[in-house]
Design a protein around this ligand. Structure first.
Ligand SMILES: Cc1cc2nc3c(=O)[nH]c(=O)nc-3n(C[C@H](O)[C@H](O)[C@H](O)COP(=O)(O)OP(=O)(O)OC[C@H]3O[C@@H](n4cnc5c(N)ncnc54)[C@H](O)[C@@H]3O)c2cc1C
Length: 184
């Protein structure tokens, strides 16, 4: 497979589809391997409610919700309680996700056609305070079309790359081991 593809993505759920379509659109040859059949394309996201974590969005501002990058990060840290050495990468991931959710995430998705219900929900609200567990303000942006609406742009882009020949799906192929040879 190394000669046929630049990248192998394991899993055609939302995470795999986003990675695969970004890579294919950047000119890489990508193979997506999924243990399920094609009817499962998109994984759990197909069944999800499609509620997205966005920070200081126009939808929130219209409702008078005062959100910020600092508050979202404080909420995340208060919920996660990272205090061990092995929390290093989860903490880095949390910081990167809050950065993304407060800046380029909404315009990037909006440009791909995604839209959100104008009433922002308050999921995982915890104890209502800025210190401690949970979202201290509503941040749950329900996508029009719910989970399938979140998947739609990525399924569309994946099918286009497939037709172009830059993306290959191997359904009903399960990965059971990662082999590392000479550091690769
Ligand atoms: C009913 C429901 C409602 C939800 N609502 C929301 C919501 O409103 N907001 C929100 O943010 N999140 C929600 N979620 C959670 C969200 O949908 C998931 O966290 C997200 O879709 C996970 O995406 P993923 O790509 O990481 O994983 P998955 O969707 O689990 O995809 C993993 C893929 O990898 C494949 N795979 C696994 N192991 C192998 C292997 N060894 N070899 C080959 N293939 C393999 C699987 O077949 C699958 O297709 C909801 C989830 C459910 C089930």
């Amino acid at each position: 497979m190394g000669q046929q593809t630049d990248v192998i993505v394991v899993g055609g759920g939302l995470a795999g589809l986003v990675a695969a379509t970004e890579l294919a659109d950047a000119g890489k040859r990508v193979t997506v391997v999924d243990q399920e059949g094609e009817q499962n394309l998109g994984g759990q996201a197909f069944w999800s409610f499609g509620g997205l974590f966005l920070v200081d969005s126009p939808e929130q501002r219209r409702m008078g919700i005062k959100d910020s990058h600092a508050l979202a990060l404080e909420d995340w840290m208060g919920t996660a309680g990272f205090d061990r050495e092995e929390d290093h990468w989860p903490r880095k991931w949390a910081e990167a996700f809050v950065d993304f959710a407060a800046t380029e995430m909404r315009p990037w998705l909006h440009a791909q056609g995604m839209r959100w219900f104008p009433v922002v929900g308050w999921a995982e609200r915890g104890g209502y305070g800025a210190v401690g567990h949970g979202n201290s303000v509503p941040r749950f942006h329900v996508t029009w079309g719910t989970g399938p609406g979140v998947l739609a742009p990525f399924v569309r882009r994946a099918q286009a790359a497939r037709e172009k020949g830059t993306l290959t799906f191997l359904f009903r192929h399960r990965v059971d081991e990662l082999l590392v040879e000479a550091g690769a």
